[in-house]
Design a protein around this ligand. Structure first.
Ligand SMILES: Nc1ncnc2c1ncn2[C@@H]1O[C@H](COP(=O)(O)OP(=O)(O)OP(=O)(O)O)[C@@H](O)[C@H]1O
Length: 284
């Protein structure tokens, strides 16, 4: 399926300036289409997180982008009409785009909630910072609607993080990431720390929200079976490079790269009869 791109990464390279230097991302090119779920697979240390952080300019020294471009397309109000190269954008410009256009949910996100503020207050804070003209009542209503949307329920607005389960807290983080209706959601192992049932419930929720709101997702995990279920396309990364990128079903049925074949073979659940769950969407 051809979709308008939301994000185009071309020739992106990132090095950690340590001794010896680590070339964590090497000449990576990929696009993310509107409304698409792009899965990013690969073994631990292959550079998935570095790529995700680089795309949002969230890398800190010793990491350094050594080449390439990250273009966000169709940015409202941008100077040249629509396309913004995030690698050259001034920090203030990037701050404006973060949350608004691109938001991220990472693995430990649920632990980054402030323990002394209610989840409602923390959600409201996103609006206070990014939508200063919003009135208090409007903000409160928006926070309630978000909590309903992710299945936490508006009545939990006054709860503190410690009063919620890990799954609930991660849902709050997803609500926060979706608050400003970003066009791209980057999720780095967002459910890995949760038990399998909660993980599936949340993935189902993300699939539903994606259909309802139309945002694109870059979903990172080492869990290839999970990616095959939820992704439109999958990029397989190895030692900093994308070795193969294909529609999920093609990648499963006709893997081209030796490494992809090995990766598929390393998940026993993908061999034999159980392999038929590919591309049917998330089911509980
Ligand atoms: N701060 C750092 N300094 C030096 N090297 C680093 C740093 N952070 C990451 N690396 C290296 O960069 C490479 C890519 O790491 P990265 O965390 O992006 O991989 P990953 O695929 O996301 O792994 P995981 O699934 O374990 O999170 C690895 O070799 C890692 O050791």
């Amino acid at each position: 399926m051809n979709r308008d791109p939301v994000l185009s990464v071309s020739g992106l390279s990132v090095t950690y300036d340590v001794d010896p230097p680590v070339e964590a991302v090497r000449d990576v090119s990929l696009t993310v289409g509107r409304g698409e779920v792009l899965g990013l697979a690969g073994e631990s240390g292959c550079g998935k997180s570095t790529l995700a952080y680089a795309v949002q300019r969230l890398l800190k020294p010793p990491a350094r982008i050594t080449g390439g471009q990250v273009v966000l397309h169709g940015v409202p109000g941008s100077v040249d009409g629509a396309d913004v190269d995030l690698t050259t954008l001034a920090p203030a410009g990037m701050d404006r785009l973060r949350w608004d256009q691109i938001a991220m949910v990472f693995q430990g996100a649920m632990n980054s909630l402030n323990p002394v503020l209610s989840v409602g207050e923390q959600l409201a804070d996103v609006f206070t910072r990014h939508r200063p003209a919003m009135r208090r009542a409007e903000r409160t209503a928006a926070c309630g609607a978000l909590l309903d949307m992710v299945g936490v329920g508006a009545t939990r607005r006054r709860s503190y993080p410690h009063e919620l389960s890990g799954g609930m807290r991660q849902r709050v983080m997803i609500a926060m990431a979706l608050a400003l209706r970003p066009r791209l959601l980057v999720m780095d192992e967002p459910t890995t720390a949760l038990d399998v049932l909660v993980q599936r419930e949340i993935l189902q929720e993300i699939s539903r929200l994606r259909e309802e709101l139309g945002f694109s997702v870059v979903f990172i995990t080492h869990d290839l079976p999970l990616l095959l279920e939820i992704s439109d396309r999958i990029a397989v990364m190895r030692a900093g490079r994308i070795v193969e990128i294909a529609a999920a079903a093609d990648l499963y049925h006709h893997p081209q790269h030796e490494y992809t074949k090995r990766l598929l073979a390393s998940f026993p659940s993908l061999t034999g009869e159980r392999g038929d769950f590919v591309r049917k969407g998330v089911t509980v």
